[in-house]
Design a protein around this ligand. Structure first.
Ligand code: RP5
Length: 161
């Protein structure tokens, strides 16, 4: 049963999301991914959110480029947390998607992460931190990741390394 649903607007978005999938796997979080465009497949998106909630999905990650309305539409369809990843496929380098994802009206929150691959990874890390609030074993893995990251940073500034 997936805990996290990752939805992107196009098959062309999937390579940008590899880091997201890898981070979710690294935490042992069950996830599923779907390609459903908010603009091209609005009815299918509505149906999917209802199905995903019924299946037990706790957090939605929405990723899209250009006029990226997908995360916002997800947030309009569910009361569960939505994390938005603005992708950088367009001629504006992702600034268009960033504005579309981050500038949500009050009452319809989308937790927006960085543009592109860094944001895709952080969407997964943020999902893990939210889920860890009610999952002690996952909380330990999140703490472990932070410790490992700190140790790697130390190595990078150690002139003997
Ligand atoms: C957005 O338009 C998608 O999320 C994608 O980033 C972008 C281009 O989609 P395609 O034309 O490649 O399907 O909706």
């Amino acid at each position: 049963m997936p805990t996290v649903a990752v939805v992107c607007g196009s098959r062309s978005d999937l390579p940008s999301l590899k880091g997201c999938f890898d981070v979710l796997d690294s935490y042992g979080i069950a996830w599923e991914a779907s390609v459903i465009s908010a603009h091209r497949q609005a009815d299918a998106l509505h149906a999917y959110v209802a199905e995903a909630e019924a299946a037990g999905v706790q957090i939605f990650i929405g990723a899209a480029g250009l006029a990226a309305h997908l995360p916002g539409v997800l947030a309009s369809l569910t009361s569960r947390p939505v994390i938005g990843v603005p992708l950088d496929g367009g001629s504006l380098g992702g600034a268009d998607a960033l504005y579309a994802v981050v500038q949500m009206p009050p009452g319809v929150p989308v937790a927006t992460v960085a543009i592109g691959g860094a944001g895709a990874k952080n969407a997964a890390h943020l999902a893990a931190r939210i889920l860890a609030l009610s999952d002690g074993a996952l909380a330990e893995r999140v703490d472990g990741f932070r410790s490992d990251q700190a140790a790697l940073a130390e190595l990078r500034i150690d002139p003997r390394a």
